[in-house]
Ligand binder design. Sequence first.
Ligand SMILES: NC(=O)c1ccc[n+]([C@@H]2O[C@H](COP(=O)([O-])OP(=O)(O)OC[C@H]3O[C@@H](n4cnc5c(N)ncnc54)[C@H](O)[C@@H]3O)[C@@H](O)[C@H]2O)c1
Length: 382
Amino acid sequence: MTEDRAAAAAAPTSASRVAIVGTGAIAHAHQRVLDTDPGVHVVAVADPSTQVRDAFADQYGIHGRYGTLEELLAAQPVDVVHLCTPPGLHRDQAVAALRAGAHVVCEKPPVLSLAELDEVLDVAREAGREYAVVFQQRTGTAAGHVQRLLADGALGRPLVGICHTLWFRRQEDYYAVPWRGKWATEGGGPLLGLGIHQLDLLGFLLGDWAEVDARAFRLDREVETEDTSTAVVRFANGAVVSVVTTALAPRQTSYVRVDTTLGTVEVEHLYGHDARSWRLTPAPAVTGGAPEPAPDAWALPVDDEPSGHAPLLREVYAALRTGAPLPPVAADPHRPLELVTAIYASAALGRPVTPADLAPGSDLRGAFLHGVEDRRDVGAPA
Ligand SMILES: NC(=O)c1ccc[n+]([C@@H]2O[C@H](COP(=O)([O-])OP(=O)(O)OC[C@H]3O[C@@H](n4cnc5c(N)ncnc54)[C@H](O)[C@@H]3O)[C@@H](O)[C@H]2O)c1
């Protein structure tokens, strides 16, 4: 980075003229939060679907309307670009927006490989702009509280855990969207599109991972990717976690659990959590005895803010305005993408994968491996 650009990166920047690219489902969550910030004006949107774009722009009173990001960037200056487009577009659109001098707030998954992520972050550094990724399960007062308890050792040593993304996505509607279920455009299956949220929260709570042993299956849906995956993830702190991710579970739940030497931490919800979603249970003093009262320090916050786009975008915009580094809720998107990459790689290679396998320059860093066992005809009526 040149000195000028390094100085620009540390300086406060304007974050008032905002553009949203891709005006489908999740764009509304961004717009609703941005509408609550008096310092922000969504001045333009881009989406090739005129109908979707105009309906969105009419609903929120947005003047600038374009078919593509390139047209938008050529037509008017913007400070921040929100990417709410299909995952296969994120890399090129992020690079274009950063090179045009805008910060980027990108929906998960950030891009389709660790090498693409390295590239986008390099461009951001060179441009003196930020690239913030939306992993909103890390946000919320309760998640931050539990993360600190684990990091400080107040919950003892993490031993064993569960990370479930048991969601239900139908063929007829969810997978009828052309970009879904395909390696080229969605990048992966429910592991990348859905489970990455829980993997991100798991990594936020437990830190660095050490080994992944996984399998990926196509059990029912007509997709190129997996519809179900299983993994055992060993963390650097010694904890061993069983991960199940599927799009086939009619009673849906998102569940993360960590059992430590002193107690059990659980969060169960679907698309967002607050203090009521979390439960901390102390270990009984005597095996089989009643649980001990929880230590005062474990008490979940009463001034609770749920997880979601609102706390994430508020903290991101505060950083953009002051020139501070991105907050922990939006910084370093590598870990969840590493876990996804390692699960796909382990399933394809049939062996455990470690961080060394994903070192810079390795083939595994460049693309997800496609190693899905197709089991759709097993157990089907003759
Ligand atoms: N954080 C979350 O909880 C969450 C939830 C849902 C989706 N997402 C993510 O948000 C992204 C979008 O998902 P969605 O469900 O809103 O999809 P969607 O299909 O509803 O919307 C995507 C929009 O992008 C538009 N688009 C396509 N090509 C474009 C281009 N070249 N330029 C501009 N716009 C283009 C489409 O016309 C469509 O309107 C995905 O990365 C998805 O994983 C995140």
